[in-house]
Design a protein. Structure first.
Length: 135
């Protein structure tokens, strides 16, 4: 699949468009064909190497797209393995794009609990820019 891949840490110049393996199917996880991905401060810190992400790496915590198994439009919740406590995460939680491939790709795999239905009307907003339009 096509993705933005980092092979080293640094400034924006370390982000390169290229190929990356597709996510492997596993029980309890879903693949999302991404139509939108966001850039946030966390992604900048990943790019700079503050989270010691494995290289090569696909960054990106936030995204939205279509579940490949059901066709449902979803938004990805990037907090993985939060646990049952609402006030704070349990040990072992992580943010998507830290140590697992993130949303700067055509496809991403996340635990099923980390996708929610896309709110009505969101796809029509100016900030929803399908990746297929950028090709």
């Amino acid at each position: 699949m096509q993705a933005i891949v980092m092979r080293e840490f640094g400034g924006p110049s370390v982000l390169h468009f290229g190929n990356h393996p597709e996510p492997v199917a596993r029980p309890g996880w879903v693949s999302v064909r991404l139509e939108a991905s966001a850039l946030n401060w966390h992604d900048v810190l990943v790019r700079r190497g503050l989270y010691r992400s494995p290289l090569p790496h696909v960054p990106g915590a936030d995204g939205a797209g279509t579940r490949t198994d059901t066709g449902e439009d979803v938004v990805i919740l990037p907090l993985l393995f939060w646990g049952s406590r609402e006030a704070a995460p349990e040990a072992g939680w992580e943010i998507l794009g830290d140590h697992r491939p993130g949303t700067y790709a055509e496809l991403v795999s996340v635990p099923e609990e980390c996708v929610v239905p896309r709110p009505a009307g969101l796809k029509n907003r100016y900030f929803w820019l399908p990746q297929r339009m950028a090709r």
